[in-house]
Design a protein around this ligand. Structure first.
Ligand code: NAD
Ligand code: DAU
Length: 348
């Protein structure tokens, strides 16, 4: 019997991880702890909310007492920690919130797990979900491996790098059984439309301009979110104690090429004349400290644990567009209210 705490399970990636674990492992107990910030949405999990092996708890990872009580009540032997402030642009305007949630929140979870498990670390696992952004930025060549030195540039990536260091420190100092993965850019259903792909889909749908930072030459390595969830499943169960695994799609795109491909798909899906959506592309002021290129070498995960991405990018992107066009209610709901203020401030 596994009893697992998943943090941030109402967010984009977390909801795919929760669904995978709840449906694939009916004999596991899954507790999803999420504060439901602007990025958390219980609609993401409406299909599994009544499963007997699943429980949702609304709460903050900064709440020490709550976390300890949850450990006592559920006798967790695993933690999969995804809760975070995750958007780089928001970290530029509000860095302190990122330090609190991403660094201090991770430390509170680590500390509780260490105290609760201290008499017996066997069959326990603290799995920290991190990002490739901790490695900094690549030039035209090169690729991030697990031994690439950390060189974060944004408050977001600095906070994630810091939390990674604390996770390793708890392993090296106290023997806490940990595993870390650093993943590239995810895309797919349920992603909040502040991130490039869902933001562009929403704007194209509404014939609004598509803001591209700088010249659109920055490169990201895109991975379908369900492939990330499958990698998390593999690493949680088979990853070696104390190790780090890079996860990526081996799928590099400049932002401008990606958006042009998305425009073609959207024209077809919306039955608009070819070239209509591309006219919406607008180059805007660049992001401060904008990393030029990320690229992930995931050969350790592929060779040692036998994981690989399942989808070609065009297929995944088309599926993603279909999801957003079909789930209009979800999209309209998340872009109402605060989103309008955010958008206004970010892009005016
Ligand atoms: P997201 O912003 O969609 O979701 C984050 C979730 O965490 C939300 O449900 C939010 O309510 C919750 N949360 C935030 N603060 C909290 C707090 N104090 N207490 C409890 N819950 C809180 O993020 P995402 O894109 O799904 O990313 C999930 C994790 O994966 C993050 O740790 C992120 O750094 C990492 N990651 C993301 C990507 C990506 O491309 N999105 C890639 C690599 C790694
Ligand atoms: O690499 C993994 C990271 O990917 C995750 O750790 C982060 O949580 C996730 O947000 C993502 O970070 P990015 O900054 O790469 O993602 P974003 O979707 O914000 O931007 C992707 C690229 O598109 C980046 O080069 C900036 C650019 N961009 C983004 C937005 C929102 C634009 O050109 N215009 C935009 O409006």
């Amino acid at each position: 019997m596994q009893s697992i705490l998943i943090t941030g399970g109402a967010g984009f990636i977390g909801s795919h991880v929760v669904r995978l674990f709840v449906t694939k492992y009916p004999d596991y107990k899954i507790v999803n702890l999420d504060k439901l910030t602007y990025a958390g949405n219980l609609q993401n999990l409406s299909d599994i909310e009544n499963q007997p092996n699943y429980k949702f708890v609304k709460g903050d990872i900064l709440d020490k007492e709550l976390i300890l009580n949850l450990f006592k009540e559920n006798n967790f032997n695993g933690v999969i920690h995804l809760a975070a402030e995750s958007h780089v642009d928001r970290s530029i305007t509000n860095p302190l919130e990122f330090a609190e949630t991403n660094i201090l929140g991770t430390m509170i979870l680590l500390n509780t797990a260490k105290e609760f498990w201290k008499n017996d670390f066997s069959n326990k696992r603290f799995y920290h979900i991190s990002t490739d952004e901790v490695y900094g930025s690549l030039g035209k060549d090169g690729i991030f491996t697990e031994s690439t030195p950390y060189s974060p540039h944004s408050p977001y990536s600095a906070s994630k790098a810091s939390s990674d260091h604390f996770v390793r420190a708890y392993h090296d100092t106290y023997g806490l059984p940990i595993v870390i993965s650093n993943c590239s850019n995810n895309y797919g259903a349920n992603q909040f439309p502040e991130k490039l792909i869902p933001l562009a889909i929403n704007n194209i749908k509404n014939s609004r301009t598509i803001p591209i930072y700088g010249k659109g030459e920055n490169v990201r390595d895109w991975l379908f979110v369900q492939d990330h969830a499958a990698a998390i499943d593999t690493i949680f169960h088979n990853g070696k104690n104390g190790e780090t695994y890079n996860i990526g799609g081996n799928n590099e795109w400049t932002n401008i090429d990606l958006i042009r491909l998305l425009c073609k798909i959207m024209d077809k899906k919306l039955e608009r004349e070819a070239g209509t959506s591309e006219k919406l592309i607008t180059f805007v002021k660049d992001r401060a400290g904008h990393d030029l290129r990320y690229a992930i070498d995931s050969s350790k995960l592929q060779n040692e644990l036998n994981w690989k991405p399942s989808l070609q990018f065009e297929e995944g992107l088309e599926k993603t567009v279909d999801w957003y066009l079909t789930n209009e209610k979800w999209l309209n709901n998340v872009v109402s209210g605060d989103y309008k203020n955010y958008y206004q401030k970010q892009y005016s």
